[in-house]
Design a protein around this ligand. Structure first.
Ligand code: SF4
Ligand code: SF4
Length: 334
């Protein structure tokens, strides 16, 4: 059965963008260097910020992200440093190119997961979104990482460009030997916001007709699947993670957001100043989290309302859930 993973009040997640640079130019890239910085944070600064972001009593999960985080030459040292500091889990989100010999410089026991992005079951679909040659390179990288004993999960960002191909992914994961699958929904930010955005977003009908079925099929093949809930019935309870959970999206220019949908705007709730985390003055994302609207997520309504529909009286037909609310389907045991 699919299970909604409620926001965990005791867990904290730190998504640390140690740089925004990348070797790829994906059409849907969520990065916006004008808002988030173009620099590569020195290892010394990353360590100081990691020390600030860990919590004495609550478990903190760390995700190194970019840009392409393996382009940071000191990532192996940072993984080891975070482990010593006591982060509860450490994941590296990568495009699968595995630069700077990261697979040789980190031991599988030091890292919980490499989360690798692939947006198609074949070259034709993936390379349209992520660039020529990226499919082969990514699949080769996954194979190498698995052969070295790393845990690998695969993340597929669903948009109108590739939803037709999602059904083929469970077999790709099975053939590769990847047992965790995260199906992400396209967000309209970064480069997606500049592309023809109406061509990208999915309707409720398109999402619900495809994603849960593919997820169940993958679970039957022994794969653990997670995907965002996205749509809620009007009567369902809505919660904003900005109010009830502890998430930190950290960027090289020092901005720290609590909501990823705010990342295209100077709405960050915190900022690193002289290596100390300081709250920003209003108006910031915290003020928006307080707003209660019948459509559910305020930021969704503001920046990507293409997934909302209304009845003849102007009432929303459903709510859009917090983008951080997940459904989970555990692998069926064989
Ligand atoms: S989506 Fe990820 S892999 Fe693609 S260009 Fe952006 S940072 Fe690079
Ligand atoms: S996505 Fe919406 S509901 Fe979730 S934290 Fe952001 S504003 Fe709140």
């Amino acid at each position: 059965m699919a299970k909604t993973v409620a926001f965990q009040k005791k867990a904290r997640n730190v998504f640390f963008h140690i740089l925004t640079r990348c070797n790829l130019k994906c059409r849907h890239c969520y990065i916006n260097p004008a808002q988030q910085g173009k620099g590569t944070l020195p290892a010394k600064t990353v360590k100081r910020w990691l020390e600030v972001l860990i919590h004495g009593e609550k478990e903190t999960n760390l995700i190194f992200i970019g840009g392409e985080p393996t382009l940071h030459p000191d990532l192996p040292l940072l993984v080891k440093a975070a482990r010593r500091m006591g982060y509860a889990s450490i994941t590296v989100d990568t495009n699968g190119f595995f630069f700077n010999r990261i697979l040789e410089k980190v031991h599988p026991e030091e890292l919980d997961y490499f989360s690798v992005g692939l947006d198609g079951s074949c070259e034709e679909v993936n390379d349209f979104v992520r660039g020529k040659g990226s499919y082969d390179k990514c699949v080769g990288g996954i194979e190498k990482a698995l052969a070295k004993g790393f845990n690998v999960s695969l993340i597929y960002t669903v948009s109108q460009w590739n939803i037709h191909d999602l059904k083929n992914m469970p077999d790709v994961l099975k053939a590769l030997g990847v047992d965790r699958f995260y199906i992400q929904v396209i967000g309209i930010r970064g480069r997606s916001a500049q592309e023809k955005k109406d061509e990208l977003q999915l309707t409720r009908k398109a999402w619900t007709a495809v994603v849960p079925k593919v997820a169940y099929r993958a679970a039957r093949l022994g794969i653990h699947v997670t995907y965002p809930k996205v749509f809620l019935d009007s009567s369902s309870r809505f919660e904003c993670a900005g109010l009830v959970a502890d998430n930190y999206f950290v960027f090289p220019n020092g901005r720290v957001y609590q909501c990823p949908l705010c990342e295209d705007f100077p709405l960050h709730a915190y900022v690193f100043e002289k290596n100390k985390l300081a709250p920003t003055p209003p108006i910031n994302e915290n003020n928006l989290f307080q707003l209660s609207i019948p459509e559910g997520c305020v930021m969704n309504k503001l920046i990507q309302p293409g997934n909302l529909t209304y009845d003849k009286r102007g009432r929303p037909k459903y709510k859009v859930a917090c983008c951080l609310l997940k459904e989970e389907i555990r692998a069926e045991r064989k």
